[in-house]
Write a protein that binds this ligand. Structure first.
Ligand SMILES: [Zn+2]
Length: 109
């Protein structure tokens, strides 16, 4: 996997605030959004760490509507290991939540 050389600073800032678990997750220990997702200042705004990682490693366009999503194999909201991420749509995200049992339905009860 090639590492982007365009943003040396962001790599350093991410690494400074990351704990790597024995089972291969990269947990961001810096700021968090209310949702529990790690977030970092990047190119003039606050961006989710997973989104920044997808941008740096997976080529996600930060201006697009696509999302950086966690695979169901990764239980950590603040993990940014590109191995744990994939680029998808918001619809994919909902599908994943149903798969892992987080999604509670549309208030049908
Ligand atoms: Zn992970």
């Amino acid at each position: 996997m090639s590492v982007s050389r365009l943003h040396p600073d962001i790599h350093q800032r991410l690494r400074d605030k990351t704990v790597r678990t024995d089972d291969g997750h990269w947990l961001f220990t810096g700021g968090k959004r209310v949702s529990g997702h790690g977030a970092i200042w990047f190119e003039g705004r606050v961006v989710s760490v997973s989104r920044v990682a997808a941008h740096l490693y997976l080529g996600l366009d930060l201006t697009s509507d696509l999302c950086a999503l966690h695979k169901t194999t990764c239980p950590h909201k603040n993990c940014w290991n590109p191995e744990c991420l994939y680029v998808g749509t918001k619809k994919d995200n909902t599908q994943d939540m149903i798969t892992v049992g987080v999604f509670k339905g549309w208030g049908n009860d």
